[in-house]
Design a protein around this ligand. Sequence first.
Ligand code: CP
Length: 316
Amino acid sequence: GRSVVTLDDIPLPRIEDLLDRAAYIDSHRREVAHTCDGRVLATLFYEPSTRTRLSFETAMLRLGGQVIGFAGAQLASVSKGESISDTLKTVSNYADIVAMRHPKEGAALVASRAASVPIINAGDGGHMHPTQTLTDLATIRARKGRLTHLTIGMCGDLTFGRTVHSLISTLCRWGHVDFVLISPDELRTPEYVLERIDASPTCTYRETSDLGGAIGDLDILYMTRVQKERFFNEDDYLRLRDTYILDEAKLRSAKSDMAILHPLPRVNEITTDVDKDPRAAYFEQVRNGMLVRMALESALLGDELPGYETKMEVEA
Ligand code: CP
């Protein structure tokens, strides 16, 4: 019940409350430093990660808790053939909360059914990455002051980019977003995500392969990496990986207050000269990633942040 496999089953006021909690934590670091004293987080990462794993871990450490886990399936008993269910039944004895990343879509759901403690999906294949979405929402809200009435460009690998699928699905619930889906033909947005947009009475989308032609309309430009690890064929990856490279020259036709997001890691999609542009928000995103994970971990454990008053009318 308390696991977070997708944001789809979290009511919107609850998501807004998590963003409020993250902002509160940012300005009350000292006050919240013992919120999760005595708690143990397990991070089970069957796939590479820098930001997600380290931010989950530092979030728990900064709340006063402790961390166990493995990074790389070769070091865990899955390499001897252990199932996800048995792993989670085991780890439920050691930890109060678990963050798990796995290459297979649906792995987090399987884990949540086996575990007796809350599971947080830290990415399941090309499917969902809910805490990245919280990170992205926090960054959009901080930059634009709102999550609606925006034109948002998603650019790059829209087929395999789970962060894009998660973010679009969640934004469609508030509505009033015009999406511009910018990708090569081979990497278009999956049908189930387009259906989400179609199902929202106030959201629209258009698909294009022309970043230069679309950039001037955008309030947010969400760049993505071509997801090498999800390609079946190396030649296709090599042909498509550098389709979009955002540099200062391309940004000349963008709005002066457009925000550039990227879940990172980047390869070549954004040149490093863009990093000093005030529109670049991707390292702010990294920071927000830690804050939203502090908010989520403490909320799922039921550990109240000292001094925080929720604006939610009814506890969702
Ligand atoms: N954004 C993100 O998920 O980064 P990592 O793969 O480094 O965790």
